[in-house]
Every structure is written in C-alpha cells, then in structure tokens.
Ligand binder design. Structure first.
Ligand SMILES: Cc1cc2nc3c(=O)[nH]c(=O)nc-3n(C[C@H](O)[C@H](O)[C@H](O)COP(=O)(O)O)c2cc1C
Ligand SMILES: [Fe+2]
Ligand SMILES: [Fe+2]
Length: 399
C-alpha cells in the first residue's frame, strides 16, 4: 500500500490500487490491476477530489488521516464522476467527516439522491469557481465522458486538471505515479484498452471536452485512473484526441471464430496474404480465446479489420456476434474491413458479417470469401488475396 504522495506542495495523490478485481465493471479483465486516483488539497479549506471504490477504504482513510493529522476535517468533496469506482467510499467519508460539503453539478445532485440518499449538495455551474484560500478551483462541465454528470476540476495556481475518467487507463500504479516515473509503453497499451472499452463510444463528447479546455493552461493532468502527467501533459491529451477522432495506425487485425478449424484455416491464409502484402503489424485473435476487451483495443488501434466466422444456428458464431454487438455499440468507424467465413447448409455468417460492415459504414475490402465446410485451394487462394488487398489498402492510406 503506497502512502499519500505530494503532486505539488499541499496537493496529494491519495489513491489506491486495485489488484483484486478480476473484471472491471464486471466485464473487462484487469490482470495488471487499476488505480482509483483520489486527490487531497490542503489550503485554508481542505478538499478531496473524488474518492475510491469501496474495497480499499481502510487504507484510503489511513492515508487521509496521515495527510491531515488526527483532527483536521475535510471541508469539500468534489465529485467529478459518480460511478462507484470513485464514489464507493463516499458513505464512509461522510461518516468520518460529517461536515463535509459535496460539490457537484445539477446531474450529480440528482444521481446522488438515488445512489446514496444524499439530499443536498453545494451546486456548481459550468465555469464557476470555488476559492479555497491561496488556491482556486474552477469547474468545467464535460457531460457524457462517459456518464451524464461528468465534469473536470481545474486548479488555477499550479494548473492541475482533475479530469475524472478522461485521460485515464488500466494498470495499477507500481511505485511510480508520474509519467516521468513509469514505463509509458507498458501503460499506453492499457490506457488505449481503457479508452476503447469504456470511453470510446463517447468519443464525440471527449472531443467536445478537449475543445472546451483548449484555452486552459493545463500543466498537470490528474485522471482518476493511471499515471499523473506532469512532464508531458500534452502527450496524454494528444493520445485521447487521436483515439476519439478514430484515427488509426497502419496494421491489420484478423479476428476469427472456429469450432473445428475450417474458418481458422481460412484465417491463416488471410494472415499470410497480409504479410505477403508487406504489412508486418498483424494482430490475430481467436475470438474463443482472446477476450473482447483486447480485440476492441486492437480494432481501435489499427486501420484494417478482417472478420471470419463459421455459421452457427443459421447466423454468426455466438462469440463473434457478441464482439460485433460491442464494436457496433462503441461506434468504431473509419476502418477498412474484410470478411470471410464458412457454412454447411443454410449459410448465414458471411451475410451477417457483411451487414455489420455496411451498418458501420466501414470500407469493404474484397474479395468476400465464403466456403462450404472445408475451403478449397481456390478459396484459400482468395483468402490470401483478401489479405493482400487489405495490406494494399492500409499501405495506401499510410501514404
Ligand atoms: C453447432 C453447429 C451449428 C451449426 N449451424 C449451422 C447452420 O445453422 N447453418 C449452416 O449452414 N451451417 C451450420 N454449421 C456448419 C458449420 O458452419 C460448418 O461446419 C463450418 O465449416 C464450421 O467451421 P469451423 O470448423 O471453423 O467451426 C453448424 C456447425 C456446428 C458445429
Ligand atoms: Fe467511469
Ligand atoms: Fe472510473
């Protein structure tokens, strides 16, 4: 358990790591853990910015007591985001610091009543300020990143943006908490996975938030998850900006489902074709063994997406169906897509894959390959041709 750590004088990180939860939000695997970042500002008034999930409250309270001493109270709790990974400790905080005033916007107030039975809060409007003594906080409403009440809190003296989930990522903080103290390659994979899994659907609102804050002099980005960006805050803002514009890197993701190997064999021919076409960055996923969380991350990163499915009960193989439902709900766009699959009698999988590409307005790369039971050598050759065509498309877009 890490102690509280100063970010700047009198502003402390008091977050906790979660290395116990297997699935974040009950869906997304977090083998590398996650941090719930909470911050304490000590001024004439003391302010807590967000809290933590309800599983680590003892360690969390100890940290606060260590920073505040035995008697000092907390005057305000600013809630940037009410999801329980940040508000779970709220009931206990209210019991330990009975005079604490909760600060939030109109939506926060509405949700707090039903979530925790809290009747009244200190309401703030967009752009409003709260003086703490030497420091001042300013609130920016950034709704739907990724809940309706989400807002960001800007500390004006040191330029700290407490951003809520925006600019956050999976991965517990393993000792280092700042961007200059950690292995960024390690974290960036997990930040993209978090972005694409949790926030990606709300990309237009992320864009709005980035626009809204474009004139604000942000010197430190302090999200609710993952590292604090004090050396290069522009880096994480640029990453979120690029991802929320659906910009892609050159590379091809091949996702297939297969019960007995027929579609897998086609997938391998497709992959070979991509390599023949000169693209080295190929990420292949068997949808039965790769968790959708990782497939969504790779689909968000790379330009080409090739999907293969056997027919099952006249339609898609169920794990593939579940992936496509998620990709559709996340509104992944601006990708080139290819499809292939197999069937035994009625068919149905390839038709459904084509429908997904059409509905998502993705650019279809041909040929579409459909085999009855085992693919013939001609059909496997067409799979290679599909891979080559996708490689060409990706390399053309790169130029
Ligand atoms: C459980 C099961 C259900 C199937 N349902 C259908 C079906 O509804 N329509 C169809 O045309 N083929 C159906 N098939 C046949 C498969 O689509 C076909 O054998 C395909 O080549 C399997 O590819 P795979 O080896 O990659 O799993 C089914 C096969 C299985 C095992
Ligand atoms: Fe959240
Ligand atoms: Fe969160």
């Amino acid at each position: 358990m890490q102690n509280g750590k100063p970010i700047v004088k009198d502003v402390y990180w008091v977050g906790v790591n979660d290395r116990r939860t297997a699935l974040f939000e009950g869906i997304w695997p977090i083998p590398l853990g996650v941090s719930y970042n909470s911050y304490l500002i000590v001024d004439e008034k003391t302010v807590l910015i967000d809290t933590v999930k309800d599983l680590s409250v003892n360690g969390y309270l100890n940290k606060l007591k260590q920073m505040l001493g035995p008697d000092r109270q907390i005057d305000y709790l600013v809630i940037n985001h009410l999801e329980p990974d940040h508000s779970g400790a709220l009931p206990i905080i209210k019991r330990v610091f009975p005079n604490i005033r909760i600060v939030g916007n109109r939506k926060t107030a509405e949700f707090l009543k039903d979530l925790y039975g809290v009747p009244d809060i200190h309401l703030v409007q967009d752009g409003e300020e709260l003086r703490l003594g030497r420091r001042t906080l300013q609130f920016f409403l950034t709704p739907m990143v990724h809940w309706p009440e989400t807002m960001m809190t800007y500390e004006t003296t040191d330029g700290i943006l407490f951003a809520g989930d925006a600019f956050g990522g999976f991965g517990a903080l393993e000792g280092g908490i700042f961007d200059d103290e950690v292995d960024l390659d390690y974290y960036e994979n997990e930040i993209l996975r978090y972005f694409s899994n949790i926030v990606g659907k709300y990309s237009p609102m992320v864009q709005k938030a980035i626009q809204k804050l474009s004139d604000v002099d942000v010197k430190i980005v302090a999200s609710t998850h993952g590292p604090i960006w004090r050396t290069d805050p522009g880096h994480i803002i640029r990453l979120y900006d690029r991802w929320s514009r659906h910009e892609a890197e050159p590379g091809v993701v091949v996702v297939f489902g297969s019960m007995y190997g027929a579609t897998e064999k086609m997938a391998e021919a497709v992959e070979r074709g991509v390599a023949d076409g000169g693209v080295k960055t190929i990420r292949a996923h068997n949808i039965s063994t790769s968790h959708v969380s990782y497939v969504i991350r790779d689909a968000w990163r790379y330009q080409g997406l090739i999907l293969g499915s056997p027919t099952y009960d006249t339609g898609l193989f169920p794990p593939m169906e579940s992936l496509l439902r998620l990709l559709c709900s996340k509104k992944l766009s601006n990708r080139s897509a290819g499809v292939f699959g197999s069937y035994g009698w009625s068919g149905g999988a390839v038709k459904a894959l084509k429908q997904f590409v059409e509905d998502g307005k993705l650019g279809l790369v041909e040929p579409v390959v459909e085999a009855r039971f085992a693919a013939t050598s001609e059909q496997l050759e067409r799979c290679r041709a599909l891979g080559r065509a996708m490689a060409e498309r990706v390399r053309r877009d790169e130029r």
